[in-house]
Design a binder for this molecule. Structure first.
Ligand code: C2E
Ligand code: MG
Ligand code: MG
Ligand code: MG
Length: 277
């Protein structure tokens, strides 16, 4: 078949591309129907240097009746392209706030925070700040217990606007974390002026951490940077005791990874919390 690339040309897709497109359309229709009934939230503990759980990251899963449990890597990009991330993200935020409100009555869980991933599309909504504020209000959750994880890719946008939105969110009392830190193109200059509370070292540097390797140098640099800017530093993808030790020696504040616990349903998390305390 003919396939021309160019601004004014018709595009003819080869059969492989056609198939991929059909698959995408089919998957998108399935995903649309899945919100929120087939979505599940898993929670992965975040621990401090003493190994005590300080909070958890909320991670979405899609339980399709035929396809089984689908991981976010396989549908978040699709959700972002199609705009479905907006209703999905709102449902996730709402669920996390309700969870925080329920925990407020529990002596063990009341001091925990929840970290919620926010995709750039969500963050860029003109009414994002009021959406978050209204969701917090409606649930009765303490804003100080909510942390929003945003990625560096957001910062390619209009930086002044992003900074302003962050400042407005901070004014509501919640906290902000820069997820997957180190993988984007971070200019140190803007980092200084961003109202974030935490840097989250990307797991690609943490999972394969040997004291002499280049990952170690990157981790050392990020922890030093965080400390000099007065930010918390959390490492994700901590899989081994030796990684934990190295991070600890660098003065990392919080840890998340399979070494401590995997993402799990809420019942398991509550069991995990009560058995550890
Ligand atoms: P992320 O926010 O960087 O989340 C961390 C991912 O690393 C999670 O994968 C988690 O299960 C995984 N992980 C944690 N510890 C370890 C470890 O020790 N070893 C290894 N190998 N992996 C570890 P998951 O749940 O598959 O999520 C993947 C990505 O999907 C997330 O990366 C995030 O970007 C996105 N995502 C997940 N939930 C949501 C959500 O509710 N909203 C949005 N917008 N994105 C989400
Ligand atoms: Mg995250
Ligand atoms: Mg991450
Ligand atoms: Mg990631």
């Amino acid at each position: 078949q003919v396939r021309k690339i160019g601004r004014d040309c018709l595009h003819f897709f080869d059969s492989g591309m056609q198939l991929a497109l059909e698959h995408r359309v089919e998957l998108e229709a399935l995903l649309r129907k899945a919100i929120p009934g087939q979505l599940q939230l898993h929670y992965q503990p975040q621990v401090d240097a003493e190994g005590r759980t300080q909070g958890a990251e909320v991670l979405v899963r899609w339980q399709d009746p035929d396809k089984g449990l689908i991981s976010p890597g396989d549908f978040i990009p699709l959700a972002e392209q199609s705009g479905l991330i907006l209703p999905m993200g709102q449902w996730i935020l709402h669920s996390a706030c309700e969870q925080l409100a329920r925990w407020a009555h529990d002596p063990v869980s009341r001091r925990l925070s929840l970290s919620v991933n926010v995709s750039p599309k969500q963050f860029q909504q003109p009414n994002f700040v009021s959406l978050v504020a209204d969701t917090l209000d409606a649930s009765g959750a303490d804003p100080a217990r909510l942390k929003l994880e945003i990625t560096e890719s957001l910062l390619f946008d209009d930086l002044d606007r992003v900074t302003e939105t962050m400042a407005q969110l901070k004014a509501r009392g919640l906290r902000l974390s820069l997820d997957d830190f180190g993988t984007g193109f971070s200019s140190l200059a803007y980092l200084r002026s961003l109202p974030v509370d935490e840097l989250k070292i990307d797991q690609s540097f943490v999972r394969e951490l040997s004291p002499e390797g280049s990952n170690a140098a990157i981790v050392r640099t990020i922890t030093t940077l965080g400390q000099s800017l007065g930010l918390d530093v959390i490492a994700e993808g901590v899989e081994t005791e030796s990684a934990r030790q190295f991070l600890h020696a660098q003065g990392c504040s919080y840890y998340q990874g399979f070494y401590f616990a995997r993402p799990m349903p809420i019942e398991e998390l509550e069991h995990f919390l009560h058995s550890a305390s």
